[in-house]
Design a protein around this ligand. Structure first.
Ligand code: SF4
Length: 112
């Protein structure tokens, strides 16, 4: 497929987003970053956009717009919890020696 993304393309994309927003990426100590980059790449190549790798998709950009990465919820989650829902992006001062707890889903309930 012509517009297919590679893992390297997606890595560059998330690095660029982090740098633009003043965030940092998961330190990948347990391969979380690799798994999320893989999930984003798969979604891009299946549905045509970077759907959030830890949420379901409608496979319809308009329906998924709020969860196209970086999602609408990343900014408030990082401000409140220091990380986005998937633990891809973090506040620049996040201390990775602390455990990374699950956070509550901020997106309103959606029926798929
Ligand atoms: S939760 Fe994180 S990885 Fe998922 S879409 Fe939002 S910013 Fe991207």
């Amino acid at each position: 497929m012509k517009n297919e993304k590679t893992l390297e393309d997606t890595k560059e994309y998330v690095k660029r987003v982090a740098s633009t927003r003043g965030w940092i990426l998961h330190n990948n100590e347990d391969n979380t970053l690799d798994m999320l980059v893989d999930g984003l790449t798969r979604y891009f190549n299946n549905v045509g956009y970077y759907n959030c790798p830890c949420r379901d998709t409608f496979e319809d950009f308009k329906m998924d717009r709020d969860i196209v990465c970086p999602c609408d919820y990343a900014e408030p989650d990082i401000a409140e919890f220091g990380r986005c829902y998937c633990a891809l992006y973090f506040d620049s001062k996040f201390d990775f020696s602390e455990s990374i707890e699950m956070i509550q889903e901020r997106r309103p309930d959606i029926d798929y």
